[in-house]
Write a protein that binds this ligand. Structure first.
Ligand code: NAD
Ligand code: ISE
Length: 339
């Protein structure tokens, strides 16, 4: 039984604790921590876990085999580095860290350690619809991929969400997803600013992020984070001989009174429920016997951060911003971007 400890018992921390405690196999959540001690104590009591005063104490606990980081983005670096220093596998929710420099420090620390310990929570790679879409693209059935149209719509976002968060916190999922979907890096980013939604308060909402892949594939991402009607994630690849789109996910569609009614997920927990389950079960199974994690790596987290920084600069300056990655340490060279 893998003994996992969770740092951060907010929205996603609780959701991952729930899945590890009641859905998945081979795992037990034995310790938690949060700067909000009352929140940590309440969660710990519900599962019979220990509460630690700090993330560092929790990582040092000899009864903890692996760590899950679900605290706010700016705190990720310190905990991931501490887990690497302790030689413990660490699953870090996205983003790996909030700057490319911080991500690079993690990459360098893991490379110096000599084997993989870090996995980043880019769960779209585990979603049944995205996996089916990638299978079609890889099969060549729609010819050469030329473009991808994406929409990332949130009904609303929390109060701490800032101007750049549309790219660093939201579109960063598409940034990781297209690297995986097409098996290549992103060469440049641009941002177009449409008419402002009256629902967005001080935020510039929506935004249109344009990503150029190294092969010339163009990706457009509509980012709307106050769309009110629900959580709507879309993706369509346009190939030279056909197109392929994420399928409809609703379990039921009701036709009544001359209308069709189909549910829309409320938020990411509902839309990606099963993807998170698969993501965590695969992570648990991969590290349980002392093995290395197989999912999105620290290098993937770093590459996403570099593109995300380029997107933020493009938003700020209105210009096309090129993406340049640091030399890749040997540890990551055998990992295809598609793994
Ligand atoms: P949240 O605000 O609900 O929870 C974060 C928790 O971390 C809070 O309880 C806070 O008190 C705690 N915290 C903050 N600093 C801490 C520290 N130094 N040590 C310990 N605890 C600390 O936020 P959330 O929505 O749960 O997001 C948490 C992380 O998960 C973010 O990085 C976010 O981007 C990511 N996230 C990922 C997805 C996804 O789809 N993969 C979805 C939501 C959130
Ligand atoms: C949140 O942190 C997530 O990761 C969700 O998947 C995303 O849709 C949302 O925009 C982010 O704020």
């Amino acid at each position: 039984m893998l003994r996992v400890a969770v740092i951060g018992t907010g929205m996603i921390g609780r959701d991952h604790i729930r899945r590890m405690s009641t859905v998945l196999s081979g795992v037990r959540v034995t310790a938690v921590t949060d700067v909000d001690a009352a929140a940590a104590t309440q969660v710990a009591a519900s599962i019979g876990a220990t509460v630690h005063a700090t993330g560092e104490d929790l990582i040092a606990d000899a009864e903890v085999d692996a760590v899950v980081v679900c605290s706010w983005g700016p705190t990720h670096e310190q905990y991931v580095l501490a887990a690497i220093a302790a030689g413990k596998p660490v699953f870090c929710e996205k983003p790996l860290a909030t700057t490319q420099e911080a991500c690079l420090r993690i990459v360098e620390a893991e490379a110096a350690y000599g084997s993989r310990l870090v996995q980043v929570g880019y769960m779209r790679r585990y979603d049944v619809a995205y996996r089916a879409l990638k299978k079609v693209v890889d099969s060549g059935d729609i010819g050469a991929p030329l473009m991808m149209h994406c929409a990332h719509r949130n009904a609303s976002v929390p109060g701490f969400y800032e101007k750049e968060s549309a790219i660093t916190d939201t579109a960063v999922h598409e940034i990781d997803m297209v690297r995986w979907m097409f098996g290549e890096e992103i060469a440049a980013a641009r941002v177009l600013i449409p008419r402002k939604s009256p629902n967005g308060g001080p935020l510039q909402d929506p935004l249109l992020l344009i990503l150029e892949m190294t092969s010339g594939i163009l990706v457009d991402v509509e980012i709307s984070v106050n769309i009110r009607y629900g959580y709507d994630i879309r993706g369509e690849v346009v190939g030279s001989d056909g197109t392929a789109a994420l399928g409809s996910l609703e379990p039921v569609s009701v036709r009544r009174s001359a209308q069709v009614h189909s549910p829309v997920p409320a938020d990411w927990r509902e839309r990606f429920l099963l993807a998170y389950d698969v993501e965590f079960q695969e992570w648990i199974d991969s590290i349980a016997g002392g093995g290395a994690p197989l999912g999105p790596s620290a290098w993937d987290g770093y590459a996403a951060a570099v593109v995300s920084d380029a997107g933020v600069e493009a938003l700020r300056t209105g210009s096309r911003v090129s993406v340049t990655l640091a030399p890749q340490p040997a540890l990551y060279q055998s990992l295809a971007v598609t793994s």
